[in-house]
Design a protein around this ligand. Structure first.
Ligand SMILES: Nc1ncnc2c1ncn2[C@@H]1O[C@H](COP(=O)(O)OP(=O)(O)OP(=O)(O)O)[C@@H](O)[C@H]1O
Length: 263
């Protein structure tokens, strides 16, 4: 499998009023074409910092002070270098927890899709925009595409809004999608549908997916490999069944023990 994303030795520090705080400490991981890497760990372990560093959306008091991130062999992030904005939305798609944050309440779904396509596919004509918009919604397993295209976000259910948000992330056919807790706000049935949808997208489109979650059950359903984070470090990484069925670290065992239904 070809490596899409390589994070090597990534260290990130936040500047606080009276001291510096290490958020990520020499993080190494990679995502390959056609696979899902789950990033799991307790709250505050650095999952979101990692996701945000890849898409270039770190907060202003945060700096990269070691290591690098490469997308398809090209360095996009390193100390003093941030090229993620150039690939964000085209080669790199992203989906966050709250779909309503990535959707403008005053814009119909049709306009969202058209804007993204116009921005990232130079010269695309109206006909192609219409065709690709319908196509991506169909990929999202949305059947009444005409109604959804003509809806404002608030006219859609939470699950449908999240599927539209995922559609927006993949309409430009990115190689890699970063999803950060994107199922957390959904009910369990809708979560399962979104997970199934991601799996199909990865298998059908051959994209790589970095899936950040605190939910190990979801991770075990969706992911091929898992990286377990603790206090800004990757403490365990490997094939999903190896890590979850035979964890090497006590920390991973503790995370699993916290799930009442885990076998
Ligand atoms: N800009 C910042 N300034 C100061 N501290 C920060 C900043 N961003 C994150 N942190 C701290 O870094 C740690 C890691 O945060 P992060 O959001 O990456 O964790 P997480 O694993 O995603 O947690 P959660 O699952 O709760 O979202 C936390 O202790 C957080 O408070």
């Amino acid at each position: 499998m070809t490596e899409l994303l390589t994070v090597s030795g990534l260290s990130i520090t936040a500047r606080l009023p009276n001291r510096d705080l290490r958020l990520l400490d020499k993080v190494d991981l990679d995502v390959r074409k056609g696979e899902v890497l789950g990033v799991v760990g307790e709250s505050g372990s650095g999952k979101t910092t990692l996701a945000r560093s890849i898409v270039g959306l770190l907060e202003r008091n945060v700096r990269i002070d070691g290591g690098s991130i490469s997308l398809m062999g090209e360095q996009i992030v390193a100390p003093g270098l941030d090229r993620s904005a150039q690939v964000r939305g085209s080669a790199l798609g992203m989906v966050f927890q709250d779909a309503s944050r990535s959707l403008n309440p005053l814009m119909k779904v049709r306009t969202h899709l058209a804007e993204v396509l116009r921005r990232h596919v130079p010269g695309i004509d109206k006909q192609d925009i219409r065709r690709r918009s319908v196509e991506v919604l169909e990929h999202m397993r949305i059947t009444d595409t005409a109604r959804v295209l003509d809806s404002y976000p608030h006219q859609l259910s939470g699950g449908l809004r999240q599927r539209v948000a995922i559609g927006l992330a993949v309409v430009t056919r990115p190689s890699l999608v970063i999803a950060d807790e994107c199922t957390t706000a959904l009910d369990v049935t809708t979560q399962a549908k979104v997970v199934e949808l991601f799996r199909t997208l990865v298998d059908e489109l051959g994209i790589g997916l970095l899936f950040v979650t605190h939910d190990l059950m979801l991770a075990s359903d969706l992911c091929d490999r898992i990286a377990v984070m603790r206090a800004g470090r990757v403490v365990e990484e490997g094939n999903v069944t190896e890590v979850l069925d035979h964890p090497e670290q006590d920390y991973t065992r503790l995370l699993l023990a916290a799930i009442p239904t885990w076998k």
